[in-house]
Design a binder for this molecule. Structure first.
Ligand SMILES: [Zn+2]
Length: 73
């Protein structure tokens, strides 16, 4: 058994920052800076919030329920 295989961790394999695309920094992996990290986090929060507020149940719409009556005709 020989551990000749070197895993690409914190070395040659540098991943691009998911926020701006710059080479990531070891201290802020996988981001390039603290700003990008926070930005990504904020984005997640904002997206989650937006989805929750945007997705209103159609059943909650006020007004008479469409029963299929032909009252108006
Ligand atoms: Zn970045």
């Amino acid at each position: 058994m020989s551990d000749d295989r070197v895993l690409p961790i914190g070395g040659k394999a540098r991943r691009a920052c998911p926020t701006c695309g710059k080479p990531s920094d070891e201290r802020f992996r996988p981001f390039c800076s603290r700003r990008c990290k926070e930005r990504d986090l904020y984005r997640w929060f904002a997206e989650d919030y937006r989805v929750k507020t945007d997705e209103a149940p159609p059943e909650a719409s006020p007004g008479p329920a469409p029963d299929g009556d032909d009252e108006g005709r």
